[in-house]
Every structure is written in structure tokens, then in C-alpha cells.
Design a binder for this molecule. Structure first.
Ligand code: AKG
Ligand code: FE2
Length: 317
């Protein structure tokens, strides 16, 4: 039984040392074929950027509800700007999660086609550094994710750059989340109910305290706690579909703290790496054989995302 989350160092992959590179590919490949989660150090976020981001997002969530509500934009399924407390629920659940969040989206340059497709980023007026700090973090996580996907491409016997064109200007989202203090016994609601992520891979900042749990093969919940310099990275449903479930999108949740800690907020910041909407998620040929029959219908990333946003209560049909 695998009871804890394996660790890897991205510097191994980025080094020119063939053995270190291969070691990284093997470690992350086997982690993603088993528990579906890995803790990663050696990424591109500096300590200063991480500290700045946390201070900005705390400032944002501390603004009055009236101010935050200005940034909740109707008609875009919460894809940019603010989503208020209790609005999103896990697929198949009716109680909303005990969280509020913000979305930073892709930063396009000279791309009229995608500028039409993606909602524009929302700019917070009240905070001087919030927008730029979010943008910088987005870029650094996107760069980190690009190298992780290169390693996974090699693990899957694809060209190293297989994902590069699909993720360039992809529909990725950076989501700072605030789970506020809990004031009374929640009826059936948790901070984040059990779910699988929609996207290719998720890079999570802030999994340093207790709260995040991952379901292992035996159906047991395992704590996923990162060291201060580590991001938690997991496989999403899109990558699971593409690989015919060779790489596992593992169910995870954020549980409520014990009563003595109800008074504390949790802040976490997932980066959901999405490709462009045209990317086909059809199972890769080399992941399908007699022992591994094709498990998923052909679908594009855009169609799949649309289906799932309906399931989450963020858009209506
Ligand atoms: O807050 C966390 O640690 C995890 C959040 C999460 O799983 C998600 O937003 O998809
Ligand atoms: Fe998640």
C-alpha cells in the first residue's frame, strides 16, 4: 500500500545529466500511475513571489463583501474574477463547498481568435500589486507545468514537446482560494468535497498544513502535506482520458479542521493547466491494447470543460 505522496525535484529534469533526467521521468511517471499525486521542488516560484502572492490574496479576501461582489461577473461561469462563498459544488453534490475564490486566466498577446473565446482578465482596482503578482505567478506556474508535461510526454513514449503547442495560450486558470473560519457546525458541507480535477495537471501552492486528502487504491484517505518548498501536483481528468487512465486522476478533498481550529482560514492556490480547447482528448493509441480496452469516448478539451462546468453549477445549460 502506498500511504504517502512521493517527492521529486524538477531540477533533475532540467539538468543536462541524462541519468538525473531519466530518474525524474521514472519517479513522476510511477507516482502518476499509482497515487496520481507528487510533491515537487525545484520549480520556478521564488520565495518572494510566493510571499507576495499570499499577502495580496489575503488583502483581497479581506475586502468588504460589497467590494468583492463587484468582481463577480455574470455569464462567464466564474471563469475570471470572483466567485462568492458556497457557489461551487462538487460534481454530484448539492451542498456548496465552504470557499470563495478568484480566477486569473491566460494572458494573450496579439491573438484575436482566442481573445474572442476567453473572457478578459478582471482587474482589482483597490489593490496596487494584486493584478501584477497574479500574472507573474501564473507565468511561473505555467512554465513549471510545461516541463512537467515534457517529462510525462517522454514517460508516455511521445515526443518530448508533444504538449507544447496544445498548452501554448491554453485555457489555464490560477485560482487563489479562501476557506473562511467556520462559525457553526456545517450541515453536510466541507471545505472542498471529494472530486477529481477537470484539467491536464494541477499545481497546488499551499498544501503545507493538514486539510488536503487523497484517496488511495484501498479507498483510504491519505493526508497530502507538502514541504515549504514543494508544490503538490496531480493528474486531472483530461490527462487520465488521454492516457486511457494509465495516469490516474485521483479523487481528493479538503476536510474541515477539528473544532479547536475552526477559527482559522485556509488559503490555497491551485493552477489548473488546461490546453487550448481544440486539443483532442482521444485515448492515445499506445495506451490502448487487448489488456487495456479504450475506456473513454473521443472528446475535445473544450467540449469536456463545458460539460464539467455545468456539473459544478458554474454554468447552466
Ligand atoms: O485547497 C486545496 O488544498 C485543494 C483545492 C482543490 O482540490 C481544488 O480546488 O481543486
Ligand atoms: Fe482539486
Amino acid at each position: 500500500m502506498m500511504s504517502s505522496i512521493p517527492s521529486v525535484n524538477l531540477e533533475d529534469f532540467i539538468s543536462d545529466d541524462k541519468n538525473r533526467k531519466e530518474k525524474f521521468i521514472k519517479e513522476i511517471g510511477s507516482a502518476f500511475e499509482n497515487i496520481g499525486f507528487v510533491a515537487l521542488s525545484g520549480h520556478f516560484l521564488s520565495d518572494k513571489l510566493v510571499d507576495d502572492l499570499y499577502s495580496e490574496i489575503k488583502n483581497f479576501f479581506n475586502l468588504s463583501q460589497e467590494v468583492k461582489d463587484k468582481y463577480e461577473i455574470p455569464g462567464i461561469g466564474g471563469q475570471r474574477g470572483y466567485t462568492s462563498f458556497g457557489k461551487e459544488h462538487a460534481k454530484g453534490k448539492k451542498e456548496g463547498d465552504l470557499k470563495e475564490f478568484w480566477h486569473f486566466g491566460q494572458y494573450l498577446e496579439n491573438n484575436p481568435k482566442l481573445e474572442k473565446e476567453y473572457p478578459a482578465n478582471v482587474e482589482v482596482q483597490e489593490l496596487v500589486h494584486f493584478n501584477a503578482t497574479g500574472k507573474e505567478t501564473y507565468k511561473m506556474l505555467e512554465k513549471t507545468a510545461k516541463y512537467v508535461l515534457r517529462a510525462l510526454a517522454l514517460h508516455l513514449d511521445l515526443e518530448e514537446t508533444y504538449f507544447d503547442d496544445y498548452i501554448k495560450n491554453g485555457n489555464s486558470i490560477l485560482r487563489p482560494i479562501h476557506y473562511p473560519p467556520i462559525e457553526q457546525e456545517p450541515k453536510n458541507a466541507v471545505r472542498a468535497a471529494a472530486h477529481g480535477d477537470i484539467n491536464l495537471i494541477t499545481l497546488l501552492m499551499g498544501a503545507h498544513g493538514k486539510g488536503l486528502q487523497v484517496k488511495n487504491h484501498d479507498g483510504e484517505w491519505v493526508d497530502a502535506i507538502a514541504q515549504p518548498d514543494q508544490l503538490m501536483i496531480n493528474v486531472g481528468d483530461m490527462l487520465s482520458r488521454l492516457t486511457n487512465n494509465k495516469l490516474k486522476s485521483t479523487i481528493h478533498q479538503v476536510v474541515n479542521p477539528p473544532k479547536e481550529l475552526w477559527g482559522t482560514s485556509r488559503y490555497s492556490v491551485p493552477f489548473f493547466m488546461h490546453p487550448i480547447s481544440e486539443m483532442p482528448l482521444n485515448c492515445l493509441e499506445n495506451c490502448v491494447d487487448k489488456d487495456h480496452p479504450k475506456q473513454f469516448e473521443d472528446i475535445t478539451a473544450g467540449e469536456f470543460l463545458h460539460e464539467r462546468l455545468i456539473d459544478l453549477g458554474l454554468i447552466t445549460k
